[in-house]
Design a protein around this ligand. Sequence first.
Ligand SMILES: Cc1cn(CCC(=O)O)c2ccccc12
Length: 159
Amino acid sequence: MRRAVCPGSFDPVTNGHLDIVGRASRLFDEVIVGVLINHSKTGLFTVEERIEMLRQATASYGNVRVESFHGLLVDFCRAQGAAVVIKGLRAVSDFDYELQMAQMNIGLSGVETLFMPTNPLYSFLSSSLVKDVVKWGGDASSYVPDFVGERLVTRLRQN
Ligand SMILES: Cc1cn(CCC(=O)O)c2ccccc12
């Protein structure tokens, strides 16, 4: 069974993430979305909330699993039996860092990284930008699933 891991923070999941995950799910037998647990950074949503939104957003794909992990990505890949990491590239500016990570990961463990160009519709998108837009009253309905947008409004506009 050919598995791939799509790692990230997903705080929250955006349509850009879902575009890549959906395309990867058509290329691999199973895709594991890995939600990174970062103890040094408090996100807007808890890891459990991010997992819940990702599971709801990817339920229709049929071969996507969502799990959390901490520590080295390659250790998570090994534990999941995945030989490939899928990364979405939004712009050339993403490439330097992602290349460095990919070279380190293959050196550490032989885990390959495949880069997928982001759909141009979402090449400017990030979870941080979406959060800022919603916080200041903007409409993010083109950029996140409706249920994610509703949770963003509830979480950001209460305070
Ligand atoms: C474009 C893109 C960025 N990331 C990191 C997201 C993050 O760290 O929150 C992704 C994860 C999965 C699929 C596509 C992407």
